[in-house]
Design a protein around this ligand. Structure first.
Ligand code: SF4
Ligand code: SF4
Length: 358
């Protein structure tokens, strides 16, 4: 059976109010708002963007959606979980300050920002799962104390999963630090000594002090490595390598199982909106401004995270005539979709409905 995916075309340089009205139209088409009860805690799951990143979903694009949610319940909040790696989002104080810097202030969005796994990322709840990869998922507590969720995702490429969209926002983005570590722990990069210039940059970014500097190159200590992938991204000489075929597959499968555990919690009171605007090679965790790798498409929404991701990827590929994600990283991103479909997270078959009125 095909899942419905609603599309409204948009460009990131359009007036923010116009984009907000378009996002609202997609949200209303999904019907979730009708299910929200007074007093429901409603989590708007988002990524606020790392410092100096510019690709994140802009707060003014969300005001129309927030208006509608507030008509149903005053207990709505914007939320993300703290990061695994060092940066400006690894504790709640820094994280909220950064969200404010990026415009997610009470004056603009009119709802609070709450970091879902507490001050230093230790507030988590465990959910039992009968998965092939995991037996329990460790989810940031505030998400599991919520009654409804709007999963709002900026579609990007990704260094470890090829594509970062709704499945990743749900599975990895809602996980506590322990849950993120669970998912990444299969991933251990290697340094090619011949390519390494011993510049030391990766040492500064490694959150686990897992990189050891020898006389003319660096090495990774597998015992300490937590598999966050930072060193892969920061090495400009391409000296850090990954066994993508094996490690990325297992990571994507774990991520899909985590995503299923979160989706199941909401029992139908969850929807997914993907913003296909300024699609970048890397995700919004990157502390830099990145050029777009594809034409802007617009906003798509569905009640099915697999369908909304499949449609997003198809639309990006159609818009640029090639697989822009694989041009960035040669990773088989289809694993998360196929595995998600296999475990009941959603369907890759979808019916695209274009909305013209907003
Ligand atoms: S960033 Fe790259 S080149 Fe520099 S030390 Fe690390 S692996 Fe070597
Ligand atoms: S070695 Fe690389 S992947 Fe491992 S913890 Fe350090 S930065 Fe992360």
């Amino acid at each position: 059976m095909k899942s419905k995916v609603y599309l409204i075309k948009a460009k990131r340089h359009e007036n923010a109010d116009l984009i907000s009205r378009k996002a609202r139209a997609v949200y209303l088409a999904l019907g979730l708002n009708e299910k929200i009860q007074p007093e429901d805690f409603v989590a708007l799951k988002i990524h606020f963007g790392e410092k100096n990143n510019t690709g994140y979903i802009k707060p003014r694009w969300l005001t129309g959606i927030i208006d509608e949610v507030l008509k149903k319940s005053h207990r709505a909040f914007l939320s993300d979980s703290n990061t695994l790696y060092v940066g400006n989002r690894s504790n709640s104080v820094d994280h909220i300050r950064l969200a404010w810097e990026h415009g997610f202030t009470p004056e603009v969005v009119r709802i609070p920002v709450i970091i879902a796994d507490g001050l230093v990322g230790r507030e988590k709840s465990e959910v039992r799962v009968q998965g092939q990869r995991i037996k329990s998922s460790r989810i940031a507590s505030a998400f599991l104390h919520s009654d409804a969720m709007l999963c709002l995702t900026h579609v990007t490429g990704h260094v470890q999963t090829g594509v970062g969209a709704a499945i990743k926002n749900l599975g990895m983005g809602c996980a506590s630090r322990a849950g993120k570590l669970d998912q990444h722990s299969v991933v251990h990069p290697r340094v090619n000594a011949k390519q390494c210039r011993n510049c030391g940059v990766c040492l500064r970014y490694c959150p686990a002090e897992a990189i050891i500097q020898a006389e003319s190159y660096v090495m990774i200590d597998d015992e300490k490595c937590i598999g966050c992938g930072e060193c892969l991204v920061v090495c400009k000489y391409g000296a850090v390598k990954m066994k993508w075929d094996e490690d990325s597959r297992r990571l994507q499968e774990k991520m899909a199982e985590y995503a299923l555990s979160v989706k199941n919690h909401f029992q139908g009171k969850i929807c997914f909106l993907n913003f296909i605007l300024q699609v970048t090679k890397d995700c919004d965790c990157m502390a830099k401004n990145q050029p777009a790798i594809a034409e802007d498409v617009g906003i798509v929404g569905s009640l099915d995270p697999v369908a909304v991701d499949r449609a997003s990827i198809d639309l990006v590929i159609k818009s640029c005539g090639q697989d822009a994600f694989k041009q960035g990283y040669n990773i088989d991103w289809s694993v998360q979709l196929a595995y998600g479909e296999k475990i009941g997270l959603g369907s890759q078959k979808y019916e695209l409905v274009e909305l013209k009125e907003f």
